[in-house]
Write a protein that binds this ligand. Structure first.
Ligand code: ZN
Ligand code: ZN
Length: 210
């Protein structure tokens, strides 16, 4: 999903370093990514996934920050879930400038407005060309296919981060940037990486390998 709004406010937050990968990248923009867990979501689930994220986006580092509570401002009482665009606003508000991008991470259900549907449950949401995206594991295990959890999480994180790197939805249905339209079946068919044109567009923007 895409969120077109973005804002940058900078407040202090505390760093809790769990993971640190370092790639020596010759590009001009050092891509450092933070994961911001919400509540007591199990961050160990990220371990097999983040290495692929680092590889896909040539990131210099990915760190997992100290968890913070889900902001009450994002709670949507009629459905008992959290509005994703408000979570993005929150992530922007605690941007301390240490990282280039942030991925909010929660196991609670998240939603946004989709067309005429006021509150539509989603896997994730990302600001196009913005600082923040958010992913939820809530909808990834509901069908009991636990062996698919990890590849699903990987695809969603790479997809939502792709939006923050300026990528829109891709017309190639297997590309990780294709619109999965909130359906797990489409998500399961996708690659866990960018197609060649999306990759080219990303690499050109960040002057990687040029
Ligand atoms: Zn999307
Ligand atoms: Zn693509």
């Amino acid at each position: 999903m895409i969120n077109m709004r973005k804002q940058t406010r900078r407040l202090k937050s505390f760093l809790f370093l769990l993971l640190f990968f370092r790639f020596h990248v010759s590009g001009f923009t050092e891509i450092s990514i933070a994961v911001q867990p919400f509540g007591n979501v199990d961050t160990l689930q990220l371990l097999p996934v983040l290495e692929a994220v680092v590889r896909e986006y040539h990131a210099a580092e990915v760190v997992i920050r100290k968890p913070v509570p889900l902001p009450e401002s994002a709670f949507y009482p009629p459905r008992g879930r959290y509005r994703a665009e408000k979570l993005l606003d929150f992530l922007d508000s605690i941007n301390d400038g240490k990282y280039y991008r942030v991925v909010g991470f929660t196991d609670k259900d998240i939603s946004t407005t989709k067309g005429a549907i006021e509150d539509w449950g989603i896997f994730g949401l990302g600001n196009i060309g913005g600082y923040s995206c958010v992913v939820s594991t809530f909808r990834l295990k509901r069908d009991g296919k636990t062996d698919l959890f990890e590849p699903r999480l990987k695809r969603i994180i790479i997809h939502e981060l792709g939006h923050t790197f300026g990528l829109y939805h891709c017309n190639w249905r297997l590309c990780v940037m294709a619109n999965y339209k909130g359906t797990i079946r489409i998500l399961d068919e996708q690659w866990a990486h960018l197609c060649a044109p999306c990759k080219r567009s990303f690499r050109k923007k960040y002057k990687i390998g040029q």
